[in-house]
Design a protein around this ligand. Sequence first.
Ligand SMILES: C[S@@+](CC[C@H](N)C(=O)[O-])C[C@H]1O[C@@H](n2cnc3c(N)ncnc32)[C@H](O)[C@@H]1O
Length: 281
Amino acid sequence: MGTDGDVREPMPEHLFTVDATSAEQVRAMLAILDVQESSPAVRRLRDLTLDALSPGPGDVAVDVGSGSGTETRRLASLVGERGQAIGVEPNPGLRAEAERRCREELSVARFVAGEALALPLDDGSVDVLRCERVLQHLADPERAVAEFARVLAPGGRVGVIDSDWGSAILRPEADPETMSSYRAAALSRISNPHSGRDLASQLRGAGLMVDADVGSAAIVLQGEAVLRAGFITENARLGVDRGLLSQAQADDLLGSIRAAAESGEAFFAITMFAVIGRRRE
Ligand SMILES: C[S@@+](CC[C@H](N)C(=O)[O-])C[C@H]1O[C@@H](n2cnc3c(N)ncnc32)[C@H](O)[C@@H]1O
């Protein structure tokens, strides 16, 4: 997989809610997470965040909403046996798979039940905390960020990564009225769709110092990948169900994207941002 355009599936983020716990939903989420993390854009932002957080031997490092646990295992390899790498994850199916992958890799990471709004961690007990593509699912992300600040030790670092669905680009577009209704339907599926633009302000609001350099990377899909996982079709269907789009508008939009997908001319992109905050010594 050489370029962002090679990513095979898009990001149907609406799946990742705390009540998506059936075996089928967990399998679907894991398949999406595995494809997403093979994206160069995701890997770039993860590397940039890890560099800035610089977890070291003996540190307590936490991954909030750890999913399949890849980055928690990476933290474990850096904090070593003297440190702790803890994935906090509310979904029992994802936790079980993360634990299985840990055993396979002989990683010392561990996973605990818990959630961003009430972290099962003591005040001032964490040296490094990361949270990737979780805040967009929360109706009250500021409360989660306040939790991050609460658990950070003096001098502790936090890295938040999230998408901003307002940055989504689609080619081809339909007429402005259809696109505005389509976008309204797409945004309504995510609790906090503009998360990416709010991260720095939320960290500052929680009393943290924020690094000036904000990382960004776009997930890019081209050609048939644009339609493959179905989120554009699903957004259009939702638009019709909610009376935002007529069936004819939805059919026209999907028809033109289908034609462009077949000829390789369709294009979708969404930008993710990575922001680093620090607690004063
Ligand atoms: C898109 S996935 C990202 C997983 C992982 N951070 C990654 O980047 O691969 C969203 C994750 O957030 C978790 N999640 C959803 N609601 C949460 C909450 N209230 N607190 C903590 N995690 C939550 C989901 O179970 C899922 O693991």
